[in-house]
Design a protein around this ligand. Structure first.
Ligand SMILES: [Zn+2]
Ligand SMILES: [Zn+2]
Ligand SMILES: [Zn+2]
Length: 318
């Protein structure tokens, strides 16, 4: 069977798993759909592999050999095929376009559902299917030059389109409930909108109350109904939202995006936003003695920079 047929079958089985009433099939649904997408990608790499190279582009190991004319050819070796990382590297180099952040979100969800989530139901995987729909549709039409509806078959295509529409509508409704509350800053609202339930992974988080301060409200997951008060929830949200930026601050030396709040002590002080997502307090960012911008690691509840604080202490000790 061709890789392309395998890809379509795998996605189709994943959608059947999703539609099944047997809860145990939720995990296999995410697994099959993700595997199907990777097979679509591998099909493209196979198509592009030059003849006689033993499908070099889908093999992890590619070695140079010399043929009878003295020419060097790169030939695929062994049975190990490319993984997600290899595919991304090769696609980028071949100018094949995939929405990688979206694909990584699908992969992350697939991994989390196998290891962390306890409350999941069919609705929780709607976001994964909705994200998958976008990747599958764009890849089949833009990179394979085919009609996705024809390739997937009418009935499976219909499931993809419908889940995507239902999810988009529900997401819009949940976001509307969030927008009715008042936040310390607009960025905090954005962070909550992009948060996924810690119990089931659904992105459908809604506000329980319809007016007032967000910091006094409860938030509920629309799929599994897990509910948390702002104070128990905002730390998780901020942690998630700035995860990549925090990582880059360690590896690339960028400014730390989130620091411990000098007022309440929670690690939810958004430095560039100049606000703590937990208590709403703002610290002084400009030193009142020398006028410099105080860097994140020197933010305290005083209004001077680290150097000036040190000089002041020295002066007092004399
Ligand atoms: Zn949930
Ligand atoms: Zn605080
Ligand atoms: Zn200073």
């Amino acid at each position: 069977m061709s890789i392309l047929q395998n890809a379509i079958d795998s996605i189709a089985i994943g959608l059947e798993d999703y539609e099944s009433t047997d809860g145990r099939r939720i995990v296999s649904s995410t697994r099959n759909i993700f595997a199907g997408i990777l097979l679509l990608f591998k099909h493209k790499l196979c198509e592009l592999s030059p003849k006689g190279t033993d499908e070099a582009l889908i093999k992890q190991r590619v070695l140079p050999t010399i043929d009878s004319t003295g020419a060097v050819n790169w030939i695929g070796k062994g049975t190990k095929t490319v993984d997600v990382f290899n595919i991304e590297e090769r696609f980028k180099s071949l100018n094949i376009i995939v929405d990688w952040p979206r694909l990584k979100k699908i992969n992350q969800y697939r991994n989390d559902i196998e290891h962390y989530y306890s409350n999941m139901n069919n609705e929780s995987v709607q976001q994964l299917i909705s994200d998958s729909f976008i990747i599958i549709r764009d890849f089949i039409s833009n990179e394979l030059g085919q009609d996705p509806k024809e390739l997937m078959g009418e009935s499976y295509w219909k499931i993809l389109v419908e889940v995507n529409e239902v999810y988009a509508k529900e997401k819009e409704e949940s976001d509307e409930t969030l927008e009715q509350l008042d936040y310390f800053s607009i960025e905090i609202l954005d962070a909550i909108k992009s948060y996924r339930c810690g119990e089931c992974g659904s992105g459908l988080i809604e506000a329980v109350s319809s007016t007032g301060n967000a910091s006094e409200s409860e938030f509920k997951c629309r799929s599994c109904e897990h509910t948390l008060h702002y104070e128990n929830f905002i730390g998780l949200v901020i942690n998630d939202f700035y995860e990549t930026a925090m990582y880059l601050s360690h590896t690339d030396g960028d400014d730390t995006p989130v620091i411990d709040c000098p007022t309440c002590g929670e690690d939810t002080y958004i430095f560039h936003d100049n606000i703590c997502a937990s208590c709403g307090d703002s610290a002084t960012h400009e030193c009142q003695r020398c006028g410099c911008n105080i860097p994140p690691e020197e933010i305290t509840d005083s209004d001077v920079c680290g150097y000036c604080a040190h000089m002041y202490e020295k002066l007092m000790a004399e």
